[in-house]
Each structure stands twice: as C-alpha cells, then as structure tokens.
Design a protein around this ligand. Structure first.
Ligand code: NAD
Ligand code: WQD
Length: 337
C-alpha cells in the first residue's frame, strides 16, 4: 500500500514516516519546508535505511500535486501539512485559512481525480470549546477561539462532506492532544522556528540555556497546583496511531473522529519537576500572567480509539522527557545547527 504523506518533514509527519516504513508501507512525501528542514527527510531515510520519493512542493500548487499523483499510484493520504501557530493565526488569519483549507481542498480534488479513497487528517483538540466537562470525548462540544482552530474545525467538515458524497471513501480525523518527545535515536524532533509557542520545546531550551527561563503562563488556575493541565503523549505513540487509522480507514466508510491522548492530565509544575528528575537538569522559570484563551484543563477520553483503532499510548511521560532532552542536546540548534 502506498501512502502520500503531506507535511512529512514536520515534527509529527517525520515520526509517522518512520512508523509507516516500519509497518511495511511505501511512502511518498511532500513538503514545502515552510516550517521544517530538508535534514529531517534525510534523517528519516537514515533511521529507516529506506529511500523514498520526496517532493519539495506547496500543496497550494495544484498542478504540482497532480504530477505527484500521476507519477505514483497512491492508496491513502495522511495529511499533516498545515500552519499551526495559534498566535500567528490571529495575526495572519487569511494566510491560515488559505493554506490550511485550500491545501486540503486541493488534496480532495486530487483524490477524486485519481480515485484515492482514504484520508487520515491531522486535527486537534483545539476544535473543542472551553465549556466541556473533562475528559473530552469525540462528542464534546466544539467551537474555536482562534483562526487556527477554526481551520481544523472547517477542514473536518469539508472532508466529512466530501467523503459522504463519495462511494467507498473514508476519512479518519485524528484530534491530537499534546504531542511531546522525539525518536529514541535523537536524530529527529520538534524544531520550532524562533521562540517556541509550546511548553516542552520551551522547557528544553530553557534547561539548555538557549532561553533564560520558562515563563509559566498562569499559576492561579483552579487546578491542584494552579498551573494549566494538558494531555501529553509521546510523538511516537501518536505516529503509531496513524498506522492504526489507515487500517481502520481501509475497512470503513465515511468520516470518523478519534481523540489521541493518554487520558491523563499533567500540570506545568508537574512537567517541570518530571523533566528535572528524568534529565538531572534545572529548568529556570518565572510565573507570569495567563496566556489569553488558555483553558485551565484539557485532557482526552481516548477510549474510542482504543476500542475501534486498537490504539493506546505505550510510552511513559518519563520516556518522552528523556527522548526530548536527547534531541535537544544532540541538536542544540535543531536541524540548522
Ligand atoms: P509542523 O509544522 O512540524 O509540520 C507541518 C509540516 O507541513 C511542515 O513541515 C510544513 O513545512 C508543512 N507544510 C505546511 N503548509 C504546507 C503546504 N502548503 N504545502 C506543503 N507543506 C506544507 O507541525 P506538526 O507539529 O508536525 O503538526 C502536524 C499537523 O498536526 C499540523 O496540521 C498541525 O496543525 C497538527 N497538530 C499539531 C499539534 C502539535 O501540538 N504539534 C497538535 C494538534 C494538531
Ligand atoms: C501547554 C501548557 C500553557 C508555554 C497548543 C495549541 C494547540 C495544539 C497544541 C496545534 C498550557 C503552558 C506554555 C509556555 C507555559 N497545537 N505554557 N509556558 O496550549 O495546550 O495547545 O499546542 O494544534 O492548538 O493551542 O499547548 O504547549 O502551548 O501549552 O506555561 O511558554 O503549558 O499555559 O497550560 P496548548 P502549549
């Protein structure tokens, strides 16, 4: 089976390419490196020992996408490509709507042209509104507070409507919670451009002295230690979820959403202390004001994925923190170093 991986040079995409190859899939990868580096592709090939076709192209370039699908008999698309910075999406909404929605619609049109019947889509827990009791299920209320979240919400709807109009098509909408960690080799990992938005890359860079200290954005939430609680899962477990999703897509029709998370919440202070204990380093931090729009608590009920995808997280938080630190220390300046 041949899988087209869009955004395969990115953090989650590169880890999923490894899992797909490990599970015997042929892959074709496209990426325009708007938020990644060619070295990531080279390192996936080094880790797996497998060469595969790679196209440096923008999914907004429909003729380029058509050429790829003309050259390769694609059976399934795993669609990671997208802009994902919440704050940037508020500043540049049209760029986010154009990139994330038009790339997805180009893929769906190409799927129709080449009778590609299955898609696995990178959605996000960010589609859930803030008025839900925890844990979040796939039926929890949805609603977004930033353009990025709305692009995920709208892409889910566009994909679902397209699949419903097709015979024998299927889509799996994976709502990721908070992926962390890195491949055990230390050769690939999360390599955010500029100042990290997310907690874990910020922690690793503060611990490494690349940044002076971690700003703990709020310690006055209604949580046991006052800091925000999230559901952090190892990126390799998340990658394995895509293999399970492809298998499900092949056997089912229509669109199906799944939460991919551990089902457990971890606070910022708990994360700092765990990171320090696992890696024997200090994480300098300072409590600052809350980030606008942040939810106090968000974690998954992953039981639907366990039941229908036969998927659950396997790796521990401690493994993820050790793997993340190995990536950071081996690559102090990410892929550009
Ligand atoms: P990433 O930025 O590392 O990877 C996305 C990749 O897509 C990058 O390599 C980028 O260059 C590529 N890309 C973007 N637009 C493109 C285009 N028009 N044409 C070709 N390539 C394009 O992000 P990630 O963390 O690996 O996330 C992958 C997907 O999962 C994204 O859609 C993101 O929104 C979603 N997601 C991420 C998280 C997270 O915390 N990392 C959580 C939930 C959902
Ligand atoms: C986690 C916790 C912060 C940074 C975001 C996006 C979401 C998804 C995953 C794409 C929160 C705290 C953070 C910092 C901190 N991405 N924090 N200092 O906010 O759950 O989700 O990434 O889909 O769309 O919104 O993850 O890592 O940004 O924050 O104290 O410098 O860490 O307040 O409690 P979040 P995060």
């Amino acid at each position: 089976m041949k899988v087209l991986v869009t955004g395969g040079a990115g953090y989650i995409g590169s880890h999923t390419c490894i899992e797909l190859i490990k599970n015997g899939y042929e892959i074709v990868v496209v990426d325009n490196f708007v938020n990644s580096h060619p070295k990531a592709v080279e390192r996936v090939k080094k880790i797996t020992g497998v060469d595969f076709p790679f196209y440096d192209m923008d999914l907004l370039d429909a003729p380029a996408l058509d050429n790829v699908c003309k050259a390769h008999k694609i059976d399934c698309i795993v669609h990671f490509a997208g802009l994902k910075a919440v704050g940037e999406s508020v500043a540049k909404p049209l760029e986010y709507y154009e990139n994330n929605l038009c790339s997805t619609m180009n893929l769906l049109k190409t799927m129709a042209d080449y009778d590609i019947r299955h898609m696995v889509f990178s959605s996000s827990a960010t589609v859930y509104s803030g008025d839900n009791p925890m844990p979040l299920t796939e039926d929890s209320n949805r609603g977004c507070i930033n353009p990025y979240g709305w692009t995920k919400y709208m892409c889910e709807q566009i994909i679902s409507d397209w699949v419903a109009a097709k015979e024998n098509a299927s889509a799996v909408l994976l709502r990721y919670f908070n992926p962390i960690g890195a491949h055990e080799s230390g050769l690939i990992g999360d390599d955010p451009a500029g100042i990290p938005n997310n907690l874990l890359p910020y922690i690793t860079q503060a611990a490494a002295g690349k940044l002076p200290e971690l700003p703990v954005t709020g310690a006055d939430y209604d949580t046991p230690d006052g800091t925000g609680i999230r559901d952090y899962l190892h990126v390799t477990d998340l990658a394995a979820g895509h293999v399970a999703a492809i298998k499900f897509a092949e056997k089912n029709k229509n669109a199906h959403a799944f939460n991919l998370g551990t089902g457990k919440g971890v606070s910022v202070f708990e994360m700092i202390h765990a990171f320090e204990k696992v890696n024997g380093v200090k994480v300098p931090y300072r409590v600052v004001d809350r980030r606008p729009g942040d939810q106090p608590v968000s974690f998954a009920d992953p039981s639907k994925a366990t039941k229908l995808l036969n998927w659950q997280t396997e790796k521990s938080l401690e493994e993820a923190l050790g793997d993340m630190w190995r990536w950071q220390t081996n690559n102090p300046n990410g892929y550009t170093g």
